[in-house]
Design a protein around this ligand. Structure first.
Ligand code: SF4
Length: 139
């Protein structure tokens, strides 16, 4: 079994909404690779470990500073809101399928305006569209 993917709390929703935009070419290529694994037919079974430091999506980010971030204040605020909304504790492990169930149950459509306040990608609406699609696909 492959080692778990590391996600900081706000990256669960970012992975759901990702449509190829990022902070640099290297960042985008790496994030696309991770998201493509999650969106593959067996992606729901992949295990994710929660961290409150730089994770596998942050790895090639031009803003990363070791295990921290040049935009730490904004990122920590995003993580705190998303961790509370999704009930994520440091070190917790869950599958991508469980993560999506949790998003459906605990993040209603329209919630990102508050949850993601301060994110430069929020205004594009891509993440809110993906959240709505997840709810629409509810089984
Ligand atoms: S709006 Fe920003 S923080 Fe929120 S899910 Fe999208 S990319 Fe992530």
């Amino acid at each position: 079994m492959s080692p778990p993917i590391q996600f900081r709390p706000h990256h669960f929703l970012c992975a759901l909404g990702f449509q190829g935009k990022g902070y640099s070419n290297r960042f985008t290529v790496n994030m696309a690779e991770i998201v493509n694994r999650l969106r593959a037919p067996s992606g729901d079974e992949l295990e994710i470990a929660v961290t409150f430091e730089a994770d596998h999506i942050c790895a090639p980010c031009p803003h990363r500073r070791g295990s921290g971030c040049a935009k730490a204040e904004k990122i920590h605020a995003l993580d705190a809101r998303h961790a509370q909304a999704l009930g994520l504790a440091d070190g917790a492990r869950l599958s991508w399928g469980e993560a999506q169930q949790r998003i459906r149950a605990q993040v209603p459509p329209g919630a990102l305006a508050t949850l993601c306040d301060g994110c430069q990608w929020l205004g594009l609406g891509l993440c809110e569209t993906a959240l709505a699609a997840l709810h629409a696909a509810k089984r």
